[in-house]
Design a protein around this ligand. Structure first.
Ligand SMILES: [Mn+2]
Length: 291
């Protein structure tokens, strides 16, 4: 293939990753059946891949060539359109399969509910798992619109398995009164602004020597830098704040898995997916000794 003077790493002509040599195995889940406001995150995996293939594979901050870690794309998982519960079971089985192979699972959503399936698989494999959730909303409702399997209940489905003490929500700025009892498990957006160092310390104490699963709801970011989400909230986190907190996770015992969810493509605006894919690459580079 000629004509491309500067082929991008993951997108380079002729680059075909060997799955056995790739540490990261990723899959998409095109599912957004329970979103309550703006639908469309079922197309998240498609645009994430497009963005991902445009990123430089050299990470400046850590001096890491990401091709040395290796990324293998398992494609999109088929959801059960009429059942979030059954879809979660499929996510759980897919994640368990990746963990059995000794690989690092990354799931691209799709709606936030999907996280629970991945967390269930990690919790069964590693027993004591803590979840670090970057999100605008706490997602701790026990049910919503008559269902427990709803994106407003995503974190409740996780803590039913791992326990409330093993969840830390970060960047939260929208919550129903019913979940305010969990405020000691939450670093609210205003707390990050008031005293970032104190928040960093709180997260450090939480993740130290733990098995950690990372879930990134793209609405954790400020809508200005991530407008492509289904439920945008003003006054969100900035990129360097999220990455600054991701770096704290180097103190974990192991990072067991990760997802990026609620990415909803906009026409002619790829800022959100570029933010998502860059954050994922930098997270892998920062935490490469723990995945
Ligand atoms: Mn969420």
């Amino acid at each position: 293939m000629s004509g491309l003077l500067y082929p991008m790493g993951l997108n380079a002509p002729g680059y075909t990753p060997d799955p056995e040599k790739c540490k990261v195995w990723y899959f998409g889940v095109p599912f957004d059946a329970t979103v309550c406001y703006l639908a469309g995150c079922r197309f998240g995996p498609k645009v994430f891949r497009e963005a991902f293939l445009q990123n430089e594979v050299y990470d400046i901050r850590t001096g890491t060539n990401l091709l040395d870690i290796g990324f293998f794309d398992l494609g999109d998982m088929e959801p059960v359109r009429e059942s979030a519960e059954k879809t979660l079971q499929r996510v759980k089985a897919q994640t368990a399969h990746i963990l059995e192979k000794g690989k690092f699972p990354l799931m691209i959503g799709g709606e936030h509910t999907l996280t629970a399936g991945a967390v269930w698989a990690c919790a069964e494999k590693f027993k004591d798992v803590k979840v670090v959730q970057f999100d605008a909303h706490d997602d701790l409702r026990t049910d919503f619109e008559g269902s427990r399997f709803d994106h407003a209940c995503a974190m409740n489905l996780c803590v039913e398995k791992i326990g409330m003490k093993n969840l830390m929500g970060i960047g939260i700025r929208a919550s129903p009164q019913s979940s305010s009892k969990f405020k000691d498990r939450t670093i609210y957006r205003y707390q990050l602004r008031d005293n970032f160092e104190a928040a960093r310390k709180e997260l450090l104490d939480f993740v130290k020597d733990a098995n950690v699963y990372i879930t990134v709801d793209m609405d954790c970011f400020d809508p200005g830098i991530a407008p492509g989400v289904g439920t945008p909230e003003p006054d969100g986190m900035l990129y360097h704040e999220v990455l600054g907190l991701i770096k704290v996770l180097k103190n974990a015992k192991k990072i067991v898995g990760m997802d990026i969810v609620e990415l909803r493509p906009l026409p002619d605006n790829n800022v959100t997916e570029m933010t998502a894919s860059k954050l994922f690459m930098e997270t892998v580079a920062q935490l490469k000794d723990k995945i």
